[in-house]
Every structure is written in structure tokens, then in C-alpha cells.
Design a protein around this ligand. Structure first.
Ligand code: LLP
Length: 420
């Protein structure tokens, strides 16, 4: 019998899903430290160019313990909000290790970063003006639109003509005029083509677009090429991984060629989020009901879309496994004896509350535990208290296989904390 993914990766270390849920409650986000560190090292191995810098895109998962591990692995960080800056500082990132990639922010939010000596990237002429007024003579970074995009869904493609992000490179003369007006020093440019590619051609094309912009500014200290490095969400169907080694060689070569062209060593940055954290995270939930209605089999769980939004927001697919506490079996569609096609649904009062549609799964019973794979990126951080449900706890399986609580579950008091 073939082993399930969690068994073959020894994902739960010395414990198992039933023990974890008994100890920390259901649902539960579980992270595996060894997998996290492995992915960090793969990204760092892209290039040995001395001024290659990998910035973790914290929006993918902002858990403080994970941030500390990622920092230990030699990463800097990008931030999208004062809240992310706040947590990054707590995790030990220094101001010069943080880039605030702002989008439509208020003067107060810019001031928050300026006061901390954190570099801001702006992505419109009006935000550049706003920055100039606040910090005349200061340093600045600008996000340009690479005019090429990629992503798993139109909602997450951030380059090209159909996106709010980035300055059109055609506006460079206006950019230069504003820089001049406020005596701003442009020290870096950045971009992001979008989230999740499994094949690197658009990324490489985007890099060339960034270099074309870079050539129009002298004295840049860095170029940041963005993130988007994808992971295979359909492992049970043997979906191929991104060939990071091959892509890494090409990326490295572009660094070397451009540094040679400039005759000096600039810093080159990338901003992976999902690649680091998606696969180290699994969401566990409980099968609370099974029912058949009008020819449809429903698997009722406590995994509403308040816990994991990706399926209803983007139609995202996550592999699923079942754990049966009575027998200790890890079942998936490749090793189970009996299969059923289910609508896997949550406990939120909307018909759209569907985690997986028409999904072939091991035939389930109440009391089984459902494991949602690759849930470490854009999982907990997008969870909400909709229906006044409690956000789950987060647990880390350490490299030596122990489980430790790294964020407690919400309490009922948390739900009413802000009321006056
Ligand atoms: N840099 C910038 C400027 C970004 O906006 C993002 C992601 C990243 C880097 C990291 O992208 P990654 O390497 O993680 O693909 N919630 C969606 C993804 C939204 C991505 C937003 N920006 C999802 O669940 O798929």
C-alpha cells in the first residue's frame, strides 16, 4: 500500500493528527520546521552572487515563530503594512532588512516607516509626490509594472495592463521630474509579476523588463525582481515541481551579466512568499457529518471558508488526506480501498462554503480527521472570525519531531475584545 504524503514526509513527527487535535483543538494549523528550512535553503541556493538577497514576503504567513526561523535561515523581509513591519521588528529584522512595498497608503502609514528608517517602495506618481512632501531629500524605491504577468488566478496577477500595481515605465520622465522636485534619491526599483508560476519564462522576461527600467537610472543600489515561485498543489496526481535549480541558474546568470554591464556589484533581491511556507503547513479539521442529499454526498467538516479562504476566493485546489484515529491509518485517494466522490463543506452558513468540489476521497466517517495539504501559505493569515467562529491554534513540529504551540486558538473573549 502506498504511503500518504504526510506519512512519507514524517510530517507529524513523534505525534499524530488525533493527538494534536485532542491537545490543541480542531481545526488546527500544523507546520513542519524541517520542510520550512529545506525550502528556505533551496531559495538561498539560487545564487552565490555575493549581493543576492532573498526577502521573505511576510504576507504569506506572518507567524512570529516562523518568521524567526526564516530570519535564522538568512532572509530579509518585505512588508505590506505597518502591522507587518511591527511583527517583523518583533522577529528581529533590522530596519535595513525590511522593504515596505506600499500600495495606496496614507501619509500616516508612510510616516510609520520613515520614522523607523525603513525604506519605502511607492507604486504611483501621486504616492511618490506624497512621499516627497513627507521626506524631502530622502531615499526611495519605486515599483514599476514589468508589463508581463503570471499567476494561478487573474486576481493574483500583478504585472501587465489589468492591474492596479506599479508605475507604467512610459511615465519615467514624470518620475524623474518628481524625484528632482523633492531631491529624492532613487536607490532601488522593484516589481512582482504575480503569484504562482511553475515554469519560469515570465519571471525571466520580467527580469529583463526590470533591467530595461534600471538602465534609465544611474546609481541604483538594488533591483528587486519579486516573488511568485510556485509549488505543486496536486501532488497526489504527481504534478511536477518548479525546476528551481534550472531557473536559479538562469536568474544567477542575469545577475552576473548585469553586474558586469554596470561595472559594479548591485544588490539583487527576490521576494518569495508561498515557496517557503506553503508546503510546511497542513490544516487539520474534523469530519463532523456525512450526508447524502439529492444524489450528492456531503462531507461536513469544521473547515469553513473562515479558516481557509483560498478555495472559495480563487477556486484553489488542495490535496486532502484522511486520518482514522481508531486504526491510525493515513488514507488518500491512492491508497484507500473504498472511495466516494464528495462535496467537502464547512460549517459556515453560506452554500458557497465548499472546500473541495466533486472530490474523490477515501470513504469517510464522522470522527475522521481531514488534512488539507499545502496550507501554510495564505492560510491562517487570511482566516477570519466570520460567523463569530474562533480562529484555530498553530503548532510547530520541530526538527526533532516534538509539537509546540506557536499561536493559541482564539477564545470567546477575543471575539468581544474590541467592543466598548
Ligand atoms: N512580492 C509582492 C509585491 C507581492 O505582492 C507578493 C504576493 C509576493 C512578493 C509573494 O508572492 P508569492 O511568492 O507568495 O507568490 N492570497 C493569494 C496570493 C496573493 C499574493 C499576493 N502578493 C493566494 O492564496 O494564492
Amino acid at each position: 500500500m502506498s504511503k500518504s504524503y504526510t506519512e512519507s514526509t514524517y510530517f507529524f513527527g513523534q505525534t499524530n493528527p488525533a493527538e494534536l487535535i485532542q491537545k490543541y483543538g480542531s481545526p488546527l494549523y500544523v507546520y513542519n520546521e524541517a520542510i520550512l528550512r529545506k525550502r528556505c535553503r533551496e531559495i538561498k541556493a539560487i545564487s552565490n552572487y555575493p549581493k543576492f538577497q532573498a526577502n521573505y514576503s511576510v504576507k504569506a504567513n506572518g507567524n512570529l515563530t516562523l518568521l524567526r526561523i526564516i530570519r535564522e535561515e538568512g532572509f530579509c523581509a518585505d512588508a505590506m503594512s505597518p502591522g507587518e513591519i511591527y511583527v517583523e521588528e518583533m522577529a528581529g529584522f533590522e530596519p535595513q532588512e525590511i522593504l515596505f512595498i506600499s500600495n495606496n497608503v496614507s501619509p500616516e502609514e508612510m510616516r510609520f516607516a520613515i520614522d523607523r528608517n525603513i525604506l519605502i517602495s511607492v507604486d504611483s506618481l501621486s504616492q511618490l509626490e506624497q512621499y516627497g512632501k513627507l521626506n524631502c531629500g530622502g531615499k526611495i524605491c519605486i515599483r514599476f509594472n514589468p508589463m508581463v504577468g503570471a499567476g494561478h488566478n487573474a486576481k493574483v496577477i500583478t504585472g501587465g495592463k489589468n492591474t492596479k500595481f506599479g508605475v507604467d515605465p512610459a511615465a519615467i520622465p514624470e518620475v524623474k521630474a518628481i524625484l528632482e522636485k523633492y531631491q529624492l534619491k532613487l536607490i532601488g526599483i522593484n516589481q512582482h509579476i504575480g503569484s504562482l508560476f511553475l515554469e519560469g519564462s515570465e519571471y525571466l522576461q520580467g527580469m529583463q523588463a526590470a533591467l530595461a527600467v534600471a538602465r534609465q537610472f544611474t546609481d541604483l543600489e538594488f533591483i528587486d525582481f519579486g516573488g511568485g515561485f510556485g509549488i505543486p498543489y496536486q501532488k497526489q496526481d504527481k504534478q511536477s515541481r518548479l525546476d528551481l535549480k534550472a531557473l536559479g541558474h538562469q536568474i544567477h546568470q542575469i545577475f552576473i551579466d548585469y553586474a558586469t554591464e554596470c561595472g559594479r556589484e548591485l544588490t539583487f533581491k527576490i521576494e518569495p512568499g508561498r515557496y517557503l511556507v506553503a508546503e510546511c503547513g497542513i490544516l487539520l479539521g474534523s469530519v463532523t457529518a456525512v450526508k447524502s442529499n439529492f444524489g450528492m454526498h456531503y462531507l461536513g467538516t469544521d473547515l469553513g471558508f473562515n479558516i481557509l479562504q483560498r478555495p472559495i476566493l480563487y477556486g484553489s485546489y488542495h490535496d486532502l488526506e484522511l486520518y482514522r484515529p481508531q486504526t491510525g491509518e493515513f488514507l488518500d485517494k491512492n491508497n484507500a480501498k473504498e472511495l466516494t466522490t464528495y462535496q467537502v463543506v464547512g460549517n459556515i452558513c453560506e452554500s458557497g462554503d465548499i472546500l473541495a468540489e466533486n472530490r474523490l476521497l477515501p470513504t469517510a466517517q464522522t470522527g475522521d480527521i481531514l488534512a488539507v495539504l499545502d496550507a501554510g501559505a495564505y492560510g491562517y493569515c487570511m482566516a477570519s472570525n466570520y460567523n463569530n467562529r474562533l480562529r484555530p491554534a498553530e503548532v510547530l513540529i520541530t526538527t526533532d519531531g516534538r509539537d509546540i504551540l506557536i499561536r493559541r486558538r482564539d477564545s470567546l473573549q477575543d471575539l468581544v475584545r474590541g467592543f466598548l
